[in-house]
Write a new protein. Sequence first.
Lengths: 308, 311
Amino acid sequence: MELGPYLLLATLEGAVTAAVLALTASGLALVFGVMRVVNVAHGEFFMLGAVIAWWVASHIGGAPVWGFTAALVLAPLIVGAIAAAADMTVLKRLDYDPERTIVATIGLLYILQQATLMTYGPDARPVEPPFNQRLALPWIEWTETGLGLYWPWGLSTTSYKLAVIGAAVVVLLGIWALMTRTRIGLLMRATQLDRDMALAFGIPVERVYALVFGLGAALAALAAVLIVPIQQAHYLMGHDPLLLSFIVVIIGGLGSLPGTILAAIFIGLTDGIISVFFSPTLAKILATLLVALVLVFRPQGLFGTRAA
Amino acid sequence: MIRSLALHLGLVALLFALHFVLPPYHHGNLARVMVLATYAIGYNLLFGYTGLLSLGHALFFAAGMYGMALSVQYLGAAPAPALLLGLVAGLVVAGITGALALRTTGVAFMIVTLMFAQAGYLTILYFGEYTRGDEGFVIQQAQRVLWGLDLSQPTWRYMAAWALFSACLLGSLALIRRPFGRTLIAIRENEERARMLGYDTFAHKWVAVVLSGGISALAGAAYGLLFGYAGASFASVQYSIFPLLWVLLGGAGTILGPFVGTLFMFYLIDLSSGITTAYMLMAGVVLVLLTLFAPQGLIGELRRRVWGWLP
């Protein structure tokens, strides 16, 4: 293949990464934005989403589409409930002190990860996609007879991958509508702006916090259900999404949703493209260093306006 | 003053005496615990006494370990200069990352240190040709003879670990009694006020990072040399979390805390790994319970309830 089709393929793969990353990272950004809590266990909620998706899909017979649909509904609900319970039993008692909540969520990370290892085991297991047609893509090229279309070998995507991108866009629009157009979104934004004032106005801040923590985890779980037919469910799979979400949330400006989504697209695409042309490890080294330097020299993020 | 000196010298003497009575299995474990406790002492200097929570100390531990191991492997260095190179590597890395990371505070400081450590871990993987990545490499017995003492022998290994641990324990005790250590505690309690009193808090914090990184690097180099192995897993996030866990368990901002925490956690994991492969579950449960019910740690609670004079 020449450079052009190669680049298109990298962009398509990057777009899938970006879509899933945008969902995961917006969950993290939501939790940090409203609660000022850095949730280190976020990657484990992602992993739980994938594992529960496998569990649900393997218990429902019939066509793969039924198992997948059930997983799409159940996994975010279950993970959200677990997260809300963790918020009420642990984080609430720490009074959301930033340093102590980080330590507690590190503990939570190991509890979730190791409990999964004990029950689900160390194997990677696939979930069948509901539909998966291979779509060959054409490429335009100047030939001696003028503009010509041809189908380069290997340049293809699947209908499922395109559906993942579409689903991510729909969910993100839904989150945006939830935050700006509904009463519960208003309560969340009020709590984010001034917790004490919100409390004084009779907003049940503790319940809003539990809801936000659950919602953030559910977003991660949803992203995992979408990606699990492409990757496989494994008890250590939460590591990379956590790191990438951190990178995205920081570059996007801590706690800002639009910034987070922009950064997810940026990081997802560059990660895809750099990984195709250079080593994936090098891409990650550059990304982590970029994050550290952004935090040091531009703490409001590349797209944000507010300091952390 | 006399009491605390007697207590700490007593611990050092007890550890020396244990060499002669412990059965081989626990003898080996204790040597390992003492080296890891040295790492925790380095961590405690920054977290416990200066109040800076780093999530990236594995970077310094690994810098020491690889500074030592790579110079033994590729330069054919003798153990003593190799240890020194490990220490220097740790000091340089700590100096640079400290100068950058200290421009941030609070949560941002934790994330910046985490990111630097992650970049360091990935760099070790990236140069897998030399570092052998996750697989790691063994340091041959012939390369581990320090001043005629074969460190692969249990006796000398224990004695080397004991000497390193004792020096760092008593050194940190002396440090927090000096005006410099007092200033670090003042910064932990109220940085604004310390700055208003005319202390250059940035410089103090930077020196604390470098000292803490140096001790961690020394522990890393010693660990590699005493147990004859260097691998990328020592640079992973888990090894940044461990010293935090040990120090929290033993008691942050106490001199004995790092050792007590390391000893407890080591045996807790040792026991639970006999039952299940998911032994890190214990670490998670202990972390959550500690933050919930005993944020002061074991020695911290002891100091709060019984012995107010514990340093």
